[in-house]
Write a protein that binds this ligand. Structure first.
Ligand code: PEP
Length: 240
């Protein structure tokens, strides 16, 4: 399977940042898929450049309505997005999103014809308490709707304690968790073997090659290191 290297710009970037997309286009690898998820304000302009596939960072489950400040999956599609991240831990933490809400957002993504990148991952307390696998099992059960397939869904395992901290799980912990996620998906979906499982959390040029070579790691979701084309391209070049 081709690996996917997805960049999450979070709440960073203005029009000037779109030049990074030109730099990515110039040097993007031939043997990996890439995706950039800029803030909502840049999606239409980013997509119009045609430099790289563009995704959203979140969507609301409803098509339209009285939801001030929110964006629907249909709006992202209309703006030129091909994918949307749902259930990022920053949404779960700061916006109180439950697994049920995340599942509804994933279904909304499918309804609009977008790839849903569904994020899961344990907190540090949950890992230290020995509950990481159980937490992720519960998140998969609640956040990944029936009907998931390799075409409409990608999973992103992002341990909350590794996001933006410079810390990563050991290789053995990543392999154990990705194998566990694959097994949980296989218990529900016939084509789970073809479903991408990304690793996310402090992926950088210095550790990308090692992480991307691990079993059942089908790409990376990259936050901070996706803001500069040079770092993002170095990570993409390390894909196996
Ligand atoms: C993320 O927010 O999805 C992420 C992986 O962030 P970072 O790479 O900065 O840890």
């Amino acid at each position: 399977m081709r690996q996917l290297i997805a960049g999450n710009w979070k709440m960073n970037g203005t029009g000037a940042s779109l030049a990074e997309l030109d730099a990515i286009r110039e040097a993007k690898p031939a043997d990996a898929d890439i995706l950039i998820c800029p803030p909502a304000t840049l999606i239409a302009r980013a997509a119009a450049k045609g430099a790289v596939p563009i995704g959203g960072q979140d969507c609301r489950a409803q098509v339209s309505g009285a939801f001030t400040g929110d964006v629907s999956a249909e709006m992202l599609k209309d703006a030129g997005a091909v994918a949307v991240i749902v259930g990022h831990s920053e949404r779960r933490q700061h916006h109180g999103e439950s697994d049920a809400v995340v599942a509804a957002k994933a279904r909304a993504a499918w309804r609009a014809g977008l790839l849903a990148i569904i994020c899961i991952g344990e907190t540090e307390a949950e890992r230290l308490g020995g509950h990481a696998l159980d937490v992720v099992t519960r998140q998969i059960a609640g956040s990944v709707p029936d009907g998931a397939s390799p075409e409409n869904t990608t999973l992103a395992y992002e341990p909350v304690w590794a996001i933006g901290t410079g810390r990563t799980p050991t290789n053995a912990e990543i392999v154990e968790m990705h194998g566990h996620i694959r097994a949980r998906l296989a218990a529900r979906f016939a084509d789970a073997a073809g479903m991408r499982i990304l690793y996310g959390g402090s992926v950088k040029p210095a550790n990308a090659r090692e992480i991307l070579a691990l079993a059942d790691v089908d790409g990376a979701l990259v936050g901070g290191a996706s803001l500069k084309a040079r770092d993002f391209l170095a990570i993409a070049a390390a894909s196996s």
